[in-house]
Design a protein around this ligand. Sequence first.
Ligand code: GTP
Ligand code: MG
Length: 297
Amino acid sequence: MSLSIGIVGLPNSGKSTLFNALLKRQIAQVGEYPYTTIEPNVGVVEVPDERLDKISEISGITKKVPAGIKFIDIAGLIKNAHKGEGLGNKFLGHIREVDAIVHIVRAFDSSASSGQAIPHVMSNIDPVRDIEVVNLELELAGIKKPAIYVLNVSESDLKRDFNLPFEYIKISAKLEAELSDLSEKEQKEYLKELGVSESALDQIILVSYKLLDLITLFTIAGGRQIQAWPIKKGTKATGAAEMVHTDFEKKFIKAEVVSFEDFVSNNGWKGSREKGKTRIEGREYIVKDGDIMEFKI
Ligand SMILES: Nc1nc2c(ncn2[C@@H]2O[C@H](COP(=O)(O)OP(=O)(O)OP(=O)(O)O)[C@@H](O)[C@H]2O)c(=O)[nH]1
Ligand SMILES: [Mg+2]
């Protein structure tokens, strides 16, 4: 899987913190000083999908392999990065290699009064200005990518309305990174107490998935494991087969397909076949989101 999402923003905006929260473990070094990150950190993040659990429940196969997308934690950009300022050329080069951008903007204040002071390279908190600074650098470097904005706020500001002139996902990256030690259930309960109903991390992952133009195909390999595969919209059956196994593209004969909805309402493969809800498709078939496929080779 080669598609990737880059985490981009000013130094000290919380990029590595968000990356760690996404990966649910500490991989990237986080520091209160700018340029903690020089070499990009790379990790594959699991894509949450309740359909995987449903298919597992119906088929009785407990081993589940979720789809993954690659996130890359990139060093911070500063004004005049395109002229090489602050190793800008090197870092812009890393951004060139990704397919879409999660642009993180700092809204958390952290002066010495609230514990450890975390300097802001532009000296004060101003999300709109910060976005413009980074976007201008991207533009001057000729980088155009699908992007989403993530506003990194203090824990106490999670319910605050920031009234910004762009769409964004609000998160407290530090809190989410700290919560990653807890079980998923405990995390949800804790966030609920803070008034956060939907996991911002899940939202970021799902929106990123859309930015990459990915849909999900499921396979139930030999009755052993259920796997969700990320594939580009418009992929043919043979392309999907090749992803499952490199040999499968050549050896492909046909595929048996059932939609997730039919699979559920007919209680699995057997019921779906009996009701005539499974189809045989050929090499040129365009895979749809939620297709459950079995490749015949
Ligand atoms: N209070 C608070 N601090 C945060 C939050 N997110 C990150 N920080 C802190 O901000 C500092 C910078 O975080 P990093 O994740 O290293 O930031 P970065 O964008 O990766 O920084 P560079 O790699 O240096 O560009 C660290 O001290 C973090 O603990 C937040 O939501 N609230
Ligand atoms: Mg970093």
